[in-house]
Structures are given as C-alpha cells and as structure tokens.
Design a binder for this molecule. Structure first.
Ligand code: ARG
Length: 461
C-alpha cells in the first residue's frame, strides 16, 4: 500500500529492503520525549498565531500526552512502516484524535523536527555530563585532600622521576575534568538555538512565531538561517569531541589504576565493588571496571570519526545521510556516562597504600634533582656542572646498590670536597616534596590550597 503520509504521489509502497534501510524507528524512538515536547510547543504556537484553532491545539496536546503515556507504559506499537519517531507519533495521533492531527504538521517538516529533537537530546546529554563531571571532580578533590601529604613516585616515561604527592596527582585529573566541564558548558552555549520553524529548508509563508517556540522549549533564541538549521549537526560533533577528549582523560586514569593495582606496584587496592574475580584462578582480583573505562573511549572516538565522515561533503541542506547521526551519538552518550560513573566510583572507593607509595618514591634515585639543586644553591655551582656531579653520585650509589641518601659523606666529598653533612637534609622524599612550593608545584601546602581553590570554584561556577 502507498504511504499514508505521502501516498498522493505514489502508486505502490516501498520494497522490503527500502523499508529496512530507511527506517530509523528502532533507534530514534529514544527521542520520543523531545518529539512530543516539540510538537506541543509547535501546536501551541500555531494556535496563538491563529493558524489552527484553540480546540485543535487542545486535542493535539491531549493526544500527545496520551501517546507519551502509552510509550512510557510500553503499550505503544512502534512500526517500521511508519519509518521514524516523528511519523509513528503523528500516525498514532491521527488514530487517537482524528483529522485535527493532520493540522499539526503545518509550517513544519521532519527536517526541522529531527534537528530540534536531536538538539534537545544532545543538550540534555551535555547537562548530564556536566553533573557527572562535577561528581567526578568532587571524588578526586576528596582523595586529594586526604592525601595531600602522601608521597608517591612521579613518573616520566613510566620511569621514576621525582617524588610527588598523591594529592597533586589527583589534582592533575581535576584540572583535566574541569576543562572537560568548561568545554561542555561552552558547547551548550553554541547549541542553544532552536531550529524549529526552519521547516523543510526555506522557512515558511505562515506567520509563525519562532521566538515563542524557542522560549517554550528552553532555548535562548531561534536559529537565524533556515538552511543551516536543518543541515547542521556540529552540536553533535561537539558533543562527540568533548566526549572523546573526556574519555581520553578517563582512559589515562584507568590505565594508571590498572598499573597501580598490580601486586608489583601495590599503590592502590580496589574495592570489591569495582573489581571482579576469575572463574578459574581463585586468588584473582581483576580491575575490570578500570579496563572498561580504558576501553569505552574506543567507541566514542569511533563515533566522532563516524559522524565527521558522514557529514563531510554533504551538500546543503538535509540529506538522508544525516539519519546516520543518531546511533553513534546515543552510544557515545551511554558509554561516557558509564565510564564516568565507574571512574567516580573507583576513585571514591579505592584504598591508597601509602607505605608502598612512599617506599617506591624513594627508589630510582628520585631525589637526584634535589641533590643537583642543593649543589647549585649551597655551592654556587652552575646547574650543568651540578647535573654532572649528581650523575656521578647516582652511578656510585647504583654500583653499591644503595640509595643516594645512604652514600657515605666521604664518597660524596670525593666528588666535591665542599659537600657537607647538610646535604642529607634534601635527599629524603618528604624534604623533596615539601620544597616544591613554586606555584602549581607538588608540595602538600600547595595541594591543600588547590583543593580549597577548586572547592570554591565548583561552588560558584
Ligand atoms: N528520520 C529522519 C532522520 O533521522 C527524519 C528526517 C527525514 N526527513 C526527510 N526529508 N526524509 O533524519
């Protein structure tokens, strides 16, 4: 049978394959709330402008409410024949309220309808991401505060570099997450324009009030160009970009947690709640949550590249290619939400093995830079020379199988006769971190100040 929406021009219905490749209802049903909200706002505006009667608007609204109830109760019969969420709802509305349903689509197209629905959905996703990031930052701040004095090895190349505090390490992730948060808010600001009323692509001859619908739907203002309104998906690309960057941050933390929780490192103990056992090896406790947080960004990055690739080279305005925008974005929204929730839970729950961290911090001659700095400060040695002398001290210690602080003073004096007992005061890991008071440095006092800074900023931003 010919299509109920456009059957006038068609003698027969679609091939089964046509229906299958064309239908989006299996995934765009996720937009039903947004679709109903958009239709209600549109109907109210049409009535206010005298384009439809108040009675028709009322029965449309009542019908849409009933449909929402049916969908929520799982009683709605989604049909592939009706292609997408827009036509599924409109067709059901016609069944429920009769001919008045046919007036709803005045001065509107599925092109502006889907642009609206998807924008609303992505906006909501940005708001959820905002809340999730806020919770993640709070969990990191709590750990940073508890561990302002906990000394651990700082790494470069995953080789021990210099001692840092665990609090400082947590705060590094706070900085990343806070930038993710600011990217999120920045993107919402650009997204906050309502495309409804752009109609198919050219606008409409009906006297509609786009400011009214924009306001009713919670947008700052209507979009200013009808072609752009139905063509653009950069709001979704921005979501995916923000998500990909955030996911990248999460995956780095996840990787660190995987490493830290190995018996070889033993820096953290994961809670039972965020680990799994092995079906064969009874002793195992695996960091599966961390591994999945590490992996989820793979899907998000794929979604970003996928949508960029779908959109590139499309002529204005709408092309059906753009129907391929949704599944990937939905998957990215869900993947990131899960990854963030799991990362937050792991950070909150994990036990920090402060003794293991401190011990590891003392290995690998981690205070060699402190020794070189001491030679510069106390003996007036040029840094390059101090670097060389310290390198020789490290070689000596390595040959003896001891730490720098365990070298006898006499051996150090062979390197430079001016070296005195006082040098030992800078060779310990606590002295090292305590000395790092430059702005942004790892000293416990700095960590406390930064925690206070972020608490204040999170409360006011
Ligand atoms: N299901 C479509 C989509 O997701 C809705 C818009 C269809 N518009 C059209 N002219 N075929 O993009």
């Amino acid at each position: 049978a010919a299509n109920a929406m456009w059957g006038g021009r068609f003698a027969s219905g679609p091939d089964a394959i046509m229906e299958e490749i064309n239908a989006s209802i299996d995934f765009d049903r996720r937009l039903y709330e947004e679709d109903i909200a958009g239709s209600k706002a549109h109907a109210a505006m049409l009535a206010q402008q005298g384009i439809i009667t108040a009675d028709d608007a009322e029965s449309i609204t009542a019908g849409l409410e009933e449909i929402r109830g049916e969908i929520q109760a799982g009683r709605f019969n989604f049909s592939r024949e009706r292609e997408d969420i827009h036509m599924n709802i409109e067709a059901r509305l016609a069944e429920l309220i009769g001919p008045a349903a046919g007036r709803l689509h005045t001065a509107r197209s599925r092109n502006d309808q889907v642009a609206l629905d998807f924008r609303l959905h992505v906006k909501t996703a940005f708001f959820s991401l905002d809340r999730a990031l806020t919770g993640f930052i709070e969990a990191l701040l709590a750990k940073a505060e508890d561990h302002a004095d906990t000394v651990m090895p700082g790494f470069t190349h995953l080789q021990v570099a210099q001692p840092v505090t665990f609090g400082h390490h947590c705060l590094a992730y706070v900085e990343m997450a806070a930038r993710d948060l600011s990217r999120c808010r920045d993107a919402v600001n650009r997204l906050d324009e309502c495309p409804l009323g752009a109609a198919a692509l050219a606008g409409t001859g009906f006297d509609i009030d786009r400011h009214m619908t924009a306001k009713a739907l919670g947008f700052r203002e209507p979009t200013r160009n009808s072609l752009d309104s139905v063509s653009d998906r950069d709001f979704a690309l921005e979501f995916l970009s923000v998500a990909a960057i955030c996911g990248t941050h999460l995956s780095r933390l996840a990787e660190e947690i995987v490493i830290w929780s190995t018996p070889q490192f033993g820096f953290v103990r994961l809670s039972d709640a965020f680990s799994t056992g092995s079906s064969i090896m009874p002793q195992k406790k695996n960091p599966d949550a961390a591994e999945l947080v590490r992996a989820k960004p793979g899907r998000i990055n794929g979604a970003l590249i996928s949508l960029l690739t779908v959109m590139k080279g499309l002529p204005l305005s709408y092309s059906k290619d753009m129907q391929e925008d949704k599944e990937q974005v939905f998957d990215a929204i869900d993947s990131l939400a899960l990854a963030l929730a799991a990362a937050t839970g792991m950070v909150r729950d994990m036990t920090i093995q402060t003794e293991a961290m401190r011990k590891a911090a003392g290995h690998g001659f981690s205070t060699a830079t402190d020794l070189a700095d001491w030679l510069v400060r106390e003996l007036g040695m040029p840094f390059r020379e101090a670097h060389h002398v310290t390198g020789r001290a490290v070689a000596l210690a390595e040959a003896r199988g001891v730490g720098l602080e365990e070298l006898p003073l006499d051996s150090l004096r062979e390197l430079d006769a001016r070296i005195g007992e006082a040098v030992f005061s800078v060779l310990g890991v606590d002295a090292s971190v305590n000395s790092r008071t430059s702005f942004g440095g790892t000293a416990p006092a700095n960590v406390r100040a930064q925690v206070a800074y972020w608490r204040e900023r999170m409360a006011t931003d």
